[in-house]
Ligand binder design. Structure first.
Ligand SMILES: [Zn+2]
Length: 364
């Protein structure tokens, strides 16, 4: 979407709304800090955040019954991992910071782990409220993180025309407004939180091309965003909410292997429960088993339909194999189904028939 005069005007109105809230009066204050307040003690928890270990907080809210987590890293610099939905900064992140005694204006950097509405939606709100904070995302996700319409068309509805599956045509306002990134990461960079504390950026593709995770090597902790899917995304009450939504299968498998070999004892993510020790290995094993089940179901369907099988039939078959996935969210299996078919075509095990829409696949 191009920025027109009307849209700029709309942005100005939003900004005035933001600058009426009290913390914004601190705009322009120095972002170098803490040298003079090292004896300041922050509370451990607030109603919408909890301390994971000194200087690190999990900020929590609910989205469609699922947990939606952001992470705050607090030292000489303050870094936020993920910005939630359009309203998450104002409703959840900033209130959590204020209750911890942190003026939101002290936020230096907000990293979007990957291109998805529930992880990037708050970017515009962050930048409006804290113009000095830098926004960042994975290099390969940049176009989709910067523009909700691009996200909608290239990530959520890119299968609609050819395969007949997709979601609402218009971007939801919940996924935020267009907002440019200040920098992008490709993995391997380090962010200094304070003198003796670095976070390492990991490139963990599969769910998206540019997906990032953070590694705190000293504490043996990783923050994985939505890089690992297990057998689907759970609701906060433990029931299944969504199918797995990885797309690039071989990249996803390499990401699983990367996490398997990381020197970590604790794994935090965007929606899944905290995993420790052997639970991490088990979660990765279940994730890999899910990939194998997808291949088996799709190959079985191909063999049963020598004249061609379509996306909807394959989604239904996958839904039978994973019976705890709710029927009303089953459409989100389309990403992994398409990813597996791309891979089967690449490996010479399937062929796409493009005579008429929706396109179908046959065994090769
Ligand atoms: Zn997510």
């Amino acid at each position: 979407m191009r920025k027109g005069r009307g849209q700029s005007g709309f942005e100005m109105i939003s900004r005035r709304e933001f600058v009426t809230i009290p913390f914004a009066v601190a705009a322009g204050m120095s972002l170098r800090w803490r040298d003079d307040c090292s004896d300041f003690t922050m509370p451990n928890d607030t109603p919408n955040s909890r301390q994971l270990y000194p200087g690190v907080y999990q900020v929590e809210s609910l989205f469609g019954g699922r947990n939606l987590f952001q992470y705050l890293f607090v030292g000489d610099n303050i870094v936020l991992l993920d910005t939630g939905l359009a309203y998450t900064p104002e409703h959840t992140i900033f209130p959590a910071m204020k209750k911890l005694g942190l003026e939101p204006q002290r936020l230096n950097l907000a990293i979007t782990s990957h291109a998805d509405g529930d992880h990037q939606g708050g970017n515009d709100a962050i930048k409006h409220a804290v113009p000095t904070a830098w926004l960042a995302c994975g290099d390969a996700d940049r176009a989709m993180v910067e523009d909700p319409r691009t996200l909608w068309e290239q990530r959520y509805n890119f299968l609609k025309q050819d395969y007949g599956v997709g979601i609402d045509p218009e971007p939801s306002p919940d996924v935020g407004k267009p907002r440019q990134m200040d920098l992008t990461f490709a993995g391997g960079e380090r962010i200094r939180i304070q003198r003796d504390w670095d976070l390492e950026l990991l490139h963990v593709p599969g769910h998206s091309h540019g997906h990032l995770a953070l590694l705190d090597r000293k504490q043996k902790v990783a923050f994985a965003g939505d890089a690992i899917h297990g057998q689907g995304c759970p609701r906060a009450d433990g029931a299944m909410a969504l199918p797995v939504t990885y797309y690039y299968v071989d990249a996803y498998l390499s990401t699983l292997r990367l996490f398997e070999n990381l020197p970590i004892e604790t794994l935090y993510s965007g929606h899944w429960p905290t995993l420790r020790g052997a639970e991490i290995r088990d979660f990765i094993a279940v994730s890999r088993q899910t990939v194998q089940t997808f291949d088996q179901v799709i190959l079985t369907q191909l063999a049963a339909h020598p004249r061609g099988v379509g996306m909807q039939e394959l989604i239904d078959a996958i839904g039978n194999a994973f019976s705890d996935w709710p029927k009303d969210t089953l459409v989100f299996a389309m990403f992994a189904v398409k990813g597996h078919l791309d891979r089967l075509v690449e490996y010479g095990k399937a062929r796409e028939i493009r005579d008429s829409r929706p396109f179908k696949w046959v065994p090769a």
